[in-house]
Design a protein around this ligand. Structure first.
Ligand code: SF4
Ligand code: SF4
Length: 91
């Protein structure tokens, strides 16, 4: 979704400290559901794979950046650990 695309870039380029904090709480792993890649020209829909996987951008490697990125995405293998009082859960 375009709103998520913009949000991720705002966090990635302007709020990297927030990304780092959430990144430290990230648990799980990618199960290659492909949900976060839909709409990307590099995504091979038939093969359900990234055509440039070994050269994919760092922002792709870091997905999800914040909880909102996977809100409602039940197929994603990632989650975030519990809040530790910084208020970041609002994101
Ligand atoms: S991992 Fe590959 S297919 Fe997915 S968004 Fe990034 S470049 Fe596109
Ligand atoms: S939504 Fe999550 S599990 Fe699915 S491809 Fe993206 S990072 Fe991997």
């Amino acid at each position: 979704m375009i709103d998520g695309w913009i949000r991720r870039r705002v966090f990635w380029y302007l709020r990297r400290e927030v990304v780092a904090e959430w990144g430290a709480r990230k648990i799980g792993r990618c199960n290659r559901c492909g949900r976060c890649c839909r709409g990307c020209p590099a995504f091979d829909v038939k093969g359900m794979r990234c055509r440039i996987y070994s050269r994919r951008p760092e922002i792709c490697k870091a997905f999800p950046l914040v909880p909102m990125d996977i809100a409602g995405v039940e197929s994603c293998g990632y989650d975030f650990g519990p809040e530790v009082g910084t208020g970041l859960r609002e994101i």
